[in-house]
Design a protein around this ligand. Structure first.
Ligand SMILES: Cc1ncc(COP(=O)(O)O)c(C=O)c1O
Length: 286
């Protein structure tokens, strides 16, 4: 028996939803990891690498185990600065900004960029965090258009008809580069060309390509010879740690520091996490 029983109407709702999930065979549950790993995102095996553990331990001893506050409130250490510089250099961008998770990054960067009068164009198979970022942008007054999966021609048509309409705002296009569910890759030159034709900004999610694709492992942008305007990536997959970042022009970083609620109102990544990621970037680039 739960010590604090829920209100009866809530119990009825949760039991009904649970019964519906079970009837459809759609119940999720958490189980301890067992056996050989064929399903994690630890693509480079860095999660248990002793060099990352050593970097994290050193940072914990020197700087503490927690950040103590948001980045704007004493949560920034020299390790955060060094990691952002390393990520920007790797991605071929002028700057980078750390986030606590990829979910938080996508869900809060998109509404920080697009609001009333603007439009967000999102691939049909984009990650759930992008879907939620679009929902928040819509709540802020942006129009959201879902284009066909990997279909740059459909994107182009939708951009053109939006431009021809009455809206006076700006257009943002968002796409995974390697899609998280199907594992297929976006055609970045085609997406970039559509964006260039219509003055749209391209934000790509390199969560499943960072550390893996391109000559230096920078991602699909590097592999396909395209520098998107903004590129986000995660530190919890091939880089074996935790966290995320968005890389782009310094003007954009400055905007996000001042307007992105998921950055402003959240405790910073702990220095040990940032130090492990810095070591992971060094190893991945090699
Ligand atoms: C494409 C994509 N973007 C974002 C995320 C979210 O990243 P995080 O796990 O750091 O929240 C994931 C994670 O599963 C992902 O697959």
């Amino acid at each position: 028996m739960d010590r604090l029983p829920l209100p009866q109407l809530w119990i009825q709702r949760l039991e009904r939803l649970s019964a519906e999930r079970q009837a459809q065979g759609l119940t999720r549950s958490i189980a301890p990891a067992r056996g050989v790993d064929f399903c994690s995102n630890d693509y480079l095996g860095l999660r248990r690498d002793p060099r990352l553990a050593e970097a994290a331990a050193r940072a914990a001893r020197d700087l503490g185990s927690g950040a103590g506050g948001a980045r704007l409130l004493r949560g920034t250490t020299p390790v955060h600065d060094a990691l952002e510089e390393a990520l920007a250099a790797w991605k071929g961008q002028a700057s980078a900004l750390l986030f606590n998770t990829g979910f938080q990054c996508n869900a809060t960067v998109i509404p920080a960029l697009a609001g009333a009068g603007d439009a967000v164009f999102s691939d049909r198979l984009n990650h759930a965090s992008i879907v939620d970022g679009c929902r928040l942008a819509r709540a802020g007054g942006a129009q959201v258009e879902i284009y066909g999966h990997g279909d740059a021609a459909d994107l182009d048509r939708r951009l053109a008809s939006w431009r021809a309409g009455t809206a006076r705002g700006l257009a943002l296009v968002v796409s995974d580069t390697v899609f998280s569910m199907d594992g297929d890759a976006a055609d970045l030159p085609a997406l970039m060309a559509a964006c260039d034709r219509h003055g749209a900004l391209l934000l790509v999610d390199e969560a499943h390509a960072t550390g893996l694709l391109g000559a230096s492992g920078a991602g699909l942008g590097e592999a396909q010879g395209v520098l998107p305007h903004l590129s986000m990536g995660t530190l919890g997959k091939a880089l074996g740690g935790f966290g995320a970042f968005v890389a782009g022009p310094a003007l954009m970083r400055d905007h996000l520091i001042n307007a992105c609620r998921g950055f402003i109102f959240s405790t910073a990544l702990p220095a040990p996490v940032a130090a492990a990621a810095l070591e992971a970037v060094r190893i991945a680039r090699e």
